[in-house]
Design a binder for this molecule. Structure first.
Ligand code: Y43
Ligand code: MG
Length: 197
């Protein structure tokens, strides 16, 4: 197995989670901030998997090092899976977590609790020089709350309610999030797939 991997993300929340989860496995994480002038990667795929592949292979080809990328988002059932792959830019190109949450809450204003089912999705791509890219998916089920609660995590965490803990994803500890999240589930799946080779 590789001992060092680049995590190809500009999202500090994701980077922190990967650094901890991969660090616990004895894998050293390098981030894009370790490299100068990393170009913008256009996320123009139609699926989480396509976007994850694009980000991972682009950085792998640039630095010739094992690279992991995550493309993730929130799928809300009553909105037919939206914001989905557009989660980061839901309220505009400038990518504002606060505005994204406000937009989602206002769309769901009159929706009763049992109709507010949603899931976080994470597609993780592992691209290794000279090898086929491996892509896996993990999910985490929950409900969209009526107002934000909690300070941990990032993105939509303050409005993602976990009934089994009676807490939002931003109220549980980072350690617990790393055990139950879509990203954690995708990473576990990745490890299962790698072990089969
Ligand atoms: O655990 C999570 N907790 C809360 N929100 C989350 C989570 N995971 C993804 N999300 C939301 C944030 C963002 O609105 C979108 C990801 O968009 P996505 O393009 O994959 O990431 P990004 O642009 O922030 O960073 P990058 O592409 O450089 O990895 O889904
Ligand atoms: Mg992105």
């Amino acid at each position: 197995m590789f001992k060092e991997v680049i995590v190809a993300t500009k999202n500090q929340g994701k980077l922190k989670e990967f650094s901890k989860m991969l660090g616990d496995l004895g894998i050293n994480v390098r981030s894009l901030t370790d490299f100068d002038d990393v170009p913008e990667i256009v996320e123009d795929g139609e699926t989480f998997e396509e976007n994850a592949r694009k980000k991972a292979e682009f950085i792998k080809n640039l630095y010739n090092l094992p690279t992991i990328a995550d493309d993730s988002g929130l799928m809300v059932d009553i909105l037919d899976g939206k914001p989905g792959i557009y989660s980061a830019r839901f309220a505009g190109e400038e990518k504002n977590d606060q505005k994204n949450m406000e937009k989602l809450l206002s769309l769901l204003q009159d929706v009763e609790i049992k109709e507010r089912t949603a899931r976080f999705v994470s597609a993780i791509a592992l691209a290794i020089p000279g090898e086929e890219t491996i892509i896996v998916r993990g999910t985490c089920e929950g409900l969209i709350s009526y107002e934000p609660r909690g300070k941990n995590g990032f993105g939509y965490d303050p409005i993602f309610y976990l009934p089994q803990y009676d807490k939002t994803m931003a109220e549980i500890t980072p350690e617990l999030k790393n055990q139950i999240s879509h990203r954690s589930n995708a990473l576990k799946e990745l490890l299962r797939v790698i072990k089969k080779f």
